[in-house]
Ligand binder design. Structure first.
Ligand code: CA
Length: 228
């Protein structure tokens, strides 16, 4: 039974989360401030943490940094819509994903499942993911080959690198800054126009309808996500 640590000071929301999560066989621990969150994160060993950024005793982003100092547990951020800057900071601090308040319980549960699935894959004693298959294309990461019905897709080294970062974390939102740092290097972290250009190229090569992507999803102002 997966264990979720809910870090949130809104009592009503905690109650709603608890009812919904327990109904789906999650074990739920709750913390209403950063101090108890840290204590529980260390003692109850959660499989995933759901964390509100607005906590009474510490900035939520700071709390993520502290947890990341010693743990890789998936962290799903809850954030108000107007705090887009904070969501980016949270992702850069090591959060895995976010949902925007008010969120639907279905969306939260889908993100939780994705986070715990990635966690299991990362910790399982299975060989690394080498082939990614979708209805539209197949990516062989070891051979560095992409195959569509129409044949082999030719990618430039930069397109390949970008695609590789996204598809190896299926379902995960990767921040613009993280992608730029990984693919182009730390001095390019602000060059978001590069991403727009290269993502458009990748979509032209991989998506059936590049204007309405099915697999390579933009989260406006935030980053990109590969939906398998
Ligand atoms: Ca709050």
């Amino acid at each position: 039974m997966p264990r979720v640590l809910v870090v949130e000071d809104d009592v009503q929301l905690v109650r709603a989360l608890k009812i919904n999560l327990q109904a789906r066989s999650y074990e739920v621990e709750e913390a209403s401030d950063a101090g108890s969150a840290l204590r529980l994160a260390a003692t109850c060993k959660p499989d995933v943490i759901v964390l509100d950024l607005g906590l009474p005793d510490m900035d939520g982003v700071e709390l993520i940094r502290v947890i990341r100092g010693w743990s890789r547990v998936p962290i799903l951020v809850l954030s108000a819509r107007h705090m887009s800057e904070d969501k980016v900071r949270a992702l850069d601090a090591g959060a895995d994903d976010y949902v925007t308040k008010p969120f639907s319980m279905d969306e939260l549960l889908a993100r939780l499942r994705a986070a715990t699935r990635r966690r299991r894959q990362a910790t399982a004693d299975t060989p690394e993911l080498t082939v990614v298959t979708t209805d539209g294309f197949t990516i062989d990461l070891a051979a560095k080959k992409v195959q569509r019905d129409s044949g082999t897709v030719r990618l430039t080294p930069t397109e390949w690198h970008l695609l590789e970062v996204l598809v190896t974390s299926p379902g995960r939102l990767v921040s613009q800054r993280a992608l730029l740092r990984e693919v182009w290097g730390p001095t390019y972290a602000e060059n978001t126009n590069y991403l727009r250009v290269y993502m458009a190229q990748l979509r032209r090569k991989l998506e059936a309808d590049p204007a309405h992507p099915r697999y390579l999803i933009t989260e406006p102002g935030m980053g990109y996500r590969f939906e398998p």
